[in-house]
Design a protein around this ligand. Structure first.
Ligand SMILES: [Zn+2]
Length: 347
C-alpha cells in the first residue's frame, strides 16, 4: 500500500515536494505512511482531497452524504457535468477522480452521513480528520470525537467571500468548543452557502491553508504549524490571524462532556440547506431497483442508479440512498418529509 520512495518513478513524482526543505525525503516518506479522513466532499473537501492525493498521503477516506448537482460545479473542483447528469454520490465521483489523480495511494469513498452512531466506525484509525462539512452540528461531532480520541483535526469553512480555518490538536490548542461555545463565543455562523452563496476562490484559499497544515502534521513537522485562527475575506482582500487560547472550563477539552458524540439530541430529520430536509434511517438497506419498480406508477420521473433513487411528487423531489437515508427537496418542513417518506418508501 505504501511503496517505498526508492522506487524511482515515485521519487520523480514527488520530486518538487521533496526538494522543498520543509518536507524533504523523510517527510515524503512520512506522508506515504500517513492517513487522513475528509468529512464532507463539497467545495473545501474536494479541493483538499485533491491536494492531499497529489501530495502522496498514503491513505485517504472521503465521506459524503450527498450527490452531485449542476449548482455544485461552480466551486466543487473534483466534479464535472457528467457526474451531475448521472447524480453520482459525491463520495463515489470523488473516489473515481482521486484514483485517476494518484493510483499509488489507497483511496476510499464512503457514501454516508456522519452521525454519533457511526462516528467510531467512520473516523477511527486515521492520523488526521479534515473538515469538509457545511454545518456546525457535524463539526461539533468531529470535535467531540477528536478530543475524546486525542486526534488532530482541522476546522475549515467558507461562505460568501469569507473563510476561516484553525488547526485543532486536543489539549495542545484550543478546540472548536473553546472557540465557539461559552462566553467568548464568536457568532456569525448562521449564514450558509444556500442563503448568501459562496465564491470558488475563497474555497480554494481555505482549502489550501487547511491542506498545508495537514501536510505539516502528516509529515511530522508540527513545529511549522501556524497555531492561529486564520480568516480572510477574498472580496475585500482582508486577512486576519488571531491566537485562540484554551477555555479552562471548555465543555469538550476541559470537562470532557461529549454531548454531540453521545448524540441523544441527534434528530432523525435535519435541515440540509437549499430548501431541503434529510431523513436519517439508520442501518436500513433498500433494494433500489425493486423500489423503483414499485414507484413507477405512484410517483413521477422515477429514476435510479446503483447508489440512489429519485422521484418527484410535485412540487417536491425525493432522493433515497441505498442505506435508507432520503433528502427531500422543495420544503424545509420535517413533517412533509416524513409524510412523503412514509407514503412512498414505507416505515
Ligand atoms: Zn476546548
Amino acid at each position: 500500500m505504501n511503496p517505498p520512495l526508492k522506487d524511482a518513478s515515485l521519487f520523480e513524482r514527488y520530486s518538487r515536494q521533496i526538494l522543498f526543505s520543509g518536507i524533504g525525503e523523510a517527510g515524503q516518506q512520512r506522508l506515504a505512511s500517513s492517513s487522513a479522513v475528509i468529512v464532507g466532499c463539497g467545495a473545501i473537501g474536494a479541493a483538499t482531497a485533491s491536494l492531499l492525493a497529489r501530495a502522496g498521503v498514503g491513505r485517504l477516506r472521503v465521506l459524503d452524504r450527498d450527490f452531485v448537482e449542476p449548482s455544485n460545479l461552480q466551486r466543487q473542483s473534483l466534479f464535472d457535468e457528467s457526474d451531475a447528469r448521472e447524480s453520482l454520490p459525491k463520495a463515489v465521483a470523488a473516489q473515481q477522480k482521486l484514483r485517476c489523480i494518484n493510483s499509488s495511494i489507497f483511496i476510499e469513498g464512503v457514501v454516508a452521513d456522519l452521525i454519533p452512531q457511526n462516528a467510531d466506525e467512520l473516523l477511527s484509525g486515521f492520523d488526521l480528520i479534515l473538515d469538509g462539512t457545511d454545518n456546525f452540528e457535524t463539526r461539533f461531532l468531529i470535535n467531540d470525537f477528536a478530543v475524546k480520541n486525542n486526534r488532530p483535526w482541522i476546522y475549515a469553512a467558507a461562505v460568501g467571500s469569507y473563510g476561516v480555518t484553525m488547526t485543532i490538536r486536543p489539549c495542545l490548542t484550543a478546540c472548536l468548543a473553546c472557540l465557539l461555545e461559552g462566553e467568548r463565543s464568536v457568532s456569525g455562523a448562521e449564514e450558509t452557502c444556500d442563503t448568501v452563496g459562496v465564491l470558488g476562490p475563497v474555497v480554494q484559499l481555505i482549502s489550501s491553508l487547511e491542506s498545508a497544515e495537514a501536510l505539516k502534521l502528516l509529515a511530522g513537522k508540527e513545529g511549522a504549524l501556524h497555531g492561529r485562527l486564520i480568516s480572510s475575506d477574498i472580496w475585500s482582500g482582508r486577512f486576519q490571524t488571531v491566537e485562540i487560547s484554551r477555555d479552562p472550563n471548555c465543555r469538550a477539552c476541559a470537562r470532557h462532556e461529549f454531548s454531540y458524540l453521545e448524540g441523544d439530541a441527534q434528530p432523525h430529520v435535519t435541515m440540509c440547506g437549499r430548501d431541503s430536509v434529510q431523513i436519517h434511517e439508520r442501518s436500513r438497506s433498500l433494494d433500489l431497483a425493486a423500489l423503483g419498480a414499485r414507484l413507477a406508477t405512484a410517483a413521477e420521473s422515477v429514476r435510479h442508479n446503483e447508489f440512489l433513487l429519485r422521484f418527484r411528487v410535485p412540487p417536491y423531489e425525493m432522493t433515497v440512498f441505498a442505506d435508507g437515508r432520503a433528502i427531500l427537496k422543495g420544503s424545509q418542513d420535517p413533517a412533509v418529509a416524513r409524510s412523503i417518506y412514509a407514503r412512498f418508501i414505507g416505515a
